[in-house]
Design a protein around this ligand. Structure first.
Ligand SMILES: NC(=O)C1=CN([C@@H]2O[C@H](COP(=O)(O)OP(=O)(O)OC[C@H]3O[C@@H](n4cnc5c(N)ncnc54)[C@H](O)[C@@H]3O)[C@@H](O)[C@H]2O)C=CC1
Ligand SMILES: O=C(O)[C@H]1O[C@H](OP(=O)(O)OP(=O)(O)OC[C@H]2O[C@@H](n3ccc(=O)[nH]c3=O)[C@H](O)[C@@H]2O)[C@H](O)[C@@H](O)[C@@H]1O
Length: 437
């Protein structure tokens, strides 16, 4: 089948590459000329494990192409995916200008019946708006389908190729059949394609992300309680997570959720609720609590140094909002570094993938190091922001030799508290007893 994907961000590239891998001919379209030039030269602009291999193979086999031209890119396409940004507008609602702009342009370009798919995360009612915009210029039949994406960065290929479920929002049997055929190779293992109306599909995406953000925030609250009453959040997590009604995943307390989607989608759902005069109070609490959670270690650091951080040097391990990605959008590390710099501290940092992106934010205000020990060299304390596997089992003898004092503020609970006590560290983590070495 011939497919077009408009937008070559994270979702566009994964969608395009994976559908090429399942035997379709895919053209990816982006207005960013530099990016398209890179893609044409087989340079993958994002770090996502495994994606580059599939990307190269499918380009080589002539199934994956790139262009800046919408009219060329969509020629002959039976399905056009819109994988465009939906960033928060000034009032927090999803800004639809990219999607609706492309919808406007598409109408006159359609030459035969086409399925246009909203792959982006969009508020309820967007499929209707996209339909209206295309209709203004179209001379052929078309259907607009809502097909939200549930992939996680870092494990995007697995999530896309073996999805728990595929949600298709459409009221057209013709479009449903085409989407079923496209997804058939991905749901062969028995996971369902769930067909529903467009509005329910649009809301499903926000419900999923907001529920997961709430689940994490709830555990962060439990962690804060643990600290006050002397309980251990790891034990509580295991205790509740084994109840299959609750489930083991997304129960890890930390320094707040980040990334390009949870923060914006929780905010957008709260805003959508307001528009229909509904006060979705839980979401307001989740957003507020997540902001304060991001500051948690900073408060501890300030208390430890009696408020005076001037001249102190902090090693920061991890910058990406989570491991296996170079994405730093809404990463808690950025806020933490900003606060430490504002308090007069110096930062030495290492991240396996995200340093180039962070250089664009902080430039030479912070020092980028070759590895985790280099970052720790002569630092007064270590701050852990991302749970990259390489940070989980450090050579503590080497670390002891590098740090000025055995002091760790761990936002990801990487180490066993008993081990840290044995090693003589002062160890602050989330929802567990502080070890005073
Ligand atoms: N990043 C993720 O892990 C996930 C994102 N989503 C949703 O998918 C959507 C896209 O997200 P990302 O891929 O992260 O976005 P992104 O911001 O990384 O990329 C969007 C791309 O669209 C391009 N673009 C903008 N206007 C264009 C136009 N008129 N024509 C062609 N290309 C244009 C940009 O140049 C950019 O390359 C968002 O709604 C997001 O919420 C959903 C699931 C996962
Ligand atoms: O809409 C999206 O863009 C995507 O958003 C999230 O995926 P992603 O942002 O890639 O990453 P997650 O693994 O969900 O992590 C998000 C944040 O929550 C934090 N988190 C996650 C899990 C946990 O137990 N605790 C926790 O603090 C992570 O550190 C990270 O900052 C969802 O998991 C995807 O299903 C969804 O498609």
């Amino acid at each position: 089948m011939k497919i077009a994907v408009v937008g070559t961000g994270y979702v566009g590239l994964v969608t395009g590459t994976c559908f090429a891998e399942t035997g379709n001919h895919v053209t990816c379209i982006d207005i960013d000329e530099k990016k398209v030039e890179k893609l044409k030269n087989k340079v993958m602009p994002i770090y996502e494990p495994g994606l580059d291999l599939l990307f190269e193979r499918n380009i080589k086999q002539g199934r994956l192409e790139f262009t800046t031209s919408l009219s060329e890119g969509i020629k002959g396409a039976k399905i056009i995916f819109l994988a465009l940004p939906t960033p928060p507008g000034e009032d927090g609602s999803a800004d639809l200008k990219y999607i609706l702009g492309v919808a406007n342009d598409l109408g006159p370009l359609l030459e035969e019946y086409t399925v246009i798919v909203d792959k982006s995360t969009v508020p309820v009612g967007t499929a209707e708006k996209v339909t209206a915009n295309i209709k203004k210029g179209a001379n052929v039949d078309f259907d607009v389908v809502s097909n939200p994406e549930f992939l996680r960065e870092g494990v995007a290929l697995d999530d896309f190729m073996k999805p728990d479920r595929v949600v298709i929002g459409t009221s057209s049997d013709r479009a449903k059949k085409i989407m079923d055929d496209l997804y058939a190779p991905l749901v062969r293992q028995g996971n369902p394609i769930i067909v529903m109306d467009e509005k329910s599909a649009e809301l499903t995406k926000y419900a999923a992300n907001s529920f997961l953000a709430t689940k994490i925030t709830f555990m962060n609250e439990i962690a804060n309680m643990c600290e006050l009453v002397g309980a251990d959040v790891d034990a509580v997590r295991k205790g509740v997570g084994t109840d299959s009604r609750i489930g083991k995943r997304f129960l890890f307390a930390g320094i707040g959720y980040g990334g390009s989607c949870f923060p914006k989608d929780v905010q957008a759902l709260a805003k959508s609720a307001k528009e229909v005069n509904y006060d979705f109070e839980i979401l307001t609490a989740v957003m507020n609590k997540n902001e304060s959670q991001k500051m948690k270690l900073i408060d501890r650091i300030k208390t430890h140094y009696n408020g005076d951080l001037s001249g102190k040097t902090f090693a920061v391990w991890g910058l990406a909002f989570k491991p296996y990605t170079d994405d730093i959008r809404e990463a808690p590390s950025l806020l933490n570094i900003q606060e430490l710099l504002a308090a007069g501290a110096k930062i030495k940092t290492y991240d396996p993938e995200a340093m180039e992106n962070v250089k664009e934010v902080f430039g030479d205000q912070i020092e980028f190091c070759n590895d985790e020990y280099d970052a720790a060299q002569n630092a007064d304390a270590l701050l852990i922001m991302t749970e990259w596997p390489v940070f989980r089992t450090p050579d503590f003898a080497k670390l002891d030799g590098a740090l000025k004092s055995k002091l760790i503020f761990d936002g990801r609970n990487l180490y066993n508290t008993e081990t840290m006590a044995e090693l003589g560290y002062t160890y602050h983590s989330i929802g567990r007893a502080t070890i005073n070495g």
